[in-house]
Design a protein around this ligand. Structure first.
Ligand code: KMT
Ligand code: NI
Length: 172
């Protein structure tokens, strides 16, 4: 894992876009974003049980797996959005980037590799992209029903109760 401010420069979303300004785990924690390195599935099972997670699936995001829809999928994952539930991603193979908004509404890019696990709180604005290798395999964990309807920021979400809760808890 490596986190830094996104450089906001033009160019493919899959490039590193590293501004050179590092962001540490403490700063992520203040945004409600938790990072763990876990090299065994028992560790993931324990964390999931503690947090009340009951379901999971595995997704491979790659041209080999997705074929013609790969490019469109990668673009849609990169639309800024939030969820009304916590999002846990455990990287099984490959690599990718989760971008999250910080207190100043800047993008923080979190680079994840195999064995990295990231928890994003409900209501945080974020987006995802593969990197230049165009390959990631991840476990997605969810509490009850899969509830990953992305709510895009372009819709006005200031009144959304999950957003309001996040803002008052972490950005207030
Ligand atoms: C997400 O939340 O955008 C995804 O689940 C993308 C695939 S998981 C690395
Ligand atoms: Ni998401």
């Amino acid at each position: 894992m490596k986190a830094y401010l996104y450089d906001n420069l033009d160019g493919d979303q899959r490039l590193p876009h590293d501004s050179g300004k590092a962001v540490d785990v403490e700063e992520l924690r203040k945004l409600g974003v938790h990072y763990y390195r876990i090299d065994n599935i028992e560790g993931v099972n324990k964390l999931a049980a503690e947090r009340g997670y009951r379901n999971r699936d595995e997704i491979t995001v790659s041209p080999a797996k997705m074929g013609d829809v790969y490019e469109a999928k990668v673009k849609s994952f990169f639309d800024e959005h939030l969820h009304e539930d916590e999002e846990i991603r455990y990287i099984r193979d490959g690599a990718g980037y989760f971008d999250v908004r910080n207190k100043g509404d800047q993008w923080v890019r979190v680079q994840l590799d195999k064995d990295d696990l990231l928890i994003l709180p409900a209501g945080i604005y974020h987006r995802f992209t593969t990197d230049e290798t165009n390959y990631i395999q991840a476990m997605r964990l969810f509490k009850e029903e899969p509830k990953w309807t992305p709510l895009n920021r372009s819709g006005d979400l200031d009144g959304n109760p999950y957003r309001k809760e996040y803002v008052s808890h972490f950005l207030g």
